[in-house]
Design a protein around this ligand. Structure first.
Ligand code: FE2
Ligand code: FE2
Length: 234
C-alpha cells in the first residue's frame, strides 16, 4: 500500500495544514510526497503538547512533594522511599530530558528571534537551581533519615514547589506559544518527531505512558492517587 494513504500519514497531512494555518504560513504546507516513510514517524503530538503533558507529570510530582511536606510538618516520619522515587523521576525525566529539550530546541529559537530573552535567562537559572535542590533531595531521601535531616528536606522541597509552579505555568502560557510563533510550521512538525524519537530512545516503547504509570505508583503508595479524594464536600 502506498504509505501516503495510511491513516498516520493522513493525520500528518492534517497536522501540516493546521499548523501551517496557525502560523499564517499556508504556503509551506508539505505535499504528500514529503510525508514520512513509516507510520511511526507520524507527528502525532506537537512539541508544545509534548512539553505540556510532561509538565503534567511535573505537577503530579510537586503534589507528591507537597504530601511529603504535609506529613513531615505534621510530625510523621518522612516517606523517604516515595519521595526518593519522585526525585529520581524529576532528575531523569524532567531535568535530563524535558529541560534538555527546552534548552536545546526551544530557548535558543526564542533568543535568536529576540523574544522573551529576559524570561529565558530566568528559566535557565531556575533549571540550574532545580538541579541543586533535586541533588539534595535525592541525598536526603536516599538513606535512612533522622529528625535532623527533616528540616532541610522540607525547605528544599518547599523551594522546589514554589519555583516550579510559576516556572511551568509561564512556559505553558507564554514561552511555548511564542515558540510556536517563531518556528516555521514544517520545522515545528519535524521537531515533534525529534521529541518523540528522543522520548522512546530514553524511556523505551511505552515512553511517556510508562513514566505516568511510575508516578501513579508513587501516588498510590502515599494514598493520594484517588482523584475523588480532592473533591470538596458539600
Ligand atoms: Fe523549564
Ligand atoms: Fe518545562
Amino acid at each position: 500500500m502506498d504509505d501516503r494513504d495510511s491513516p498516520a500519514v493522513r493525520r500528518r497531512d492534517l497536522l501540516n495544514l493546521s499548523a501551517a494555518a496557525l502560523a499564517g504560513a499556508v504556503t509551506v504546507a508539505a505535499p504528500a510526497a514529503a510525508a514520512p516513510k513509516t507510520p511511526e514517524e507520524g507527528a502525532e503530538v506537537t512539541p508544545p503538547e509534548d512539553l505540556m503533558r510532561e509538565h503534567g507529570v511535573l505537577k503530579r510530582l510537586l503534589l507528591v512533594y507537597r504530601e511529603g511536606i504535609r506529613r513531615i510538618e505534621g510530625g510523621e516520619r518522612a516517606p523517604a522511599q516515595p519521595l526518593n522515587a519522585a526525585a529520581r523521576i524529576i532528575r531523569g525525566f524532567i531535568e535530563d530530558y524535558h529541560e534538555h529539550l527546552e534548552e536545546r530546541y526551544v530557548f535558543p529559537r526564542l533568543r535568536e528571534a529576540g523574544r522573551l530573552t529576559g524570561t529565558v535567562s530566568v528559566l535557565l537559572l531556575q533549571h540550574r537551581r532545580g538541579r541543586e535542590l533535586t541533588g539534595r533531595i535525592l541525598t536526603a531521601t536516599g538513606r535512612s533519615r533522622g529528625a535532623r535531616a527533616a528540616h532541610p528536606l522540607v525547605a528544599d522541597m518547599t523551594a522546589f514547589v514554589r519555583m516550579y509552579e510559576p516556572h511551568e505555568a509561564r512556559e505553558d502560557t507564554v514561552v511555548f506559544p511564542a515558540f510556536r510563533e517563531v518556528v516555521p510550521a514544517k520545522e515545528f512538525l519535524r521537531l515533534g518527531e525529534v521529541f518523540e524519537d528522543e522520548e522512546h530512545r530514553r524511556f523505551g516503547p511505552r515512553g511517556f505512558e510508562g513514566v505516568v504509570d511510575q508516578v501513579a505508583d508513587i501516588e498510590k503508595a502515599l494514598g493520594i492517587y484517588d482523584l475523588s479524594r480532592f473533591t470538596p464536600g458539600e
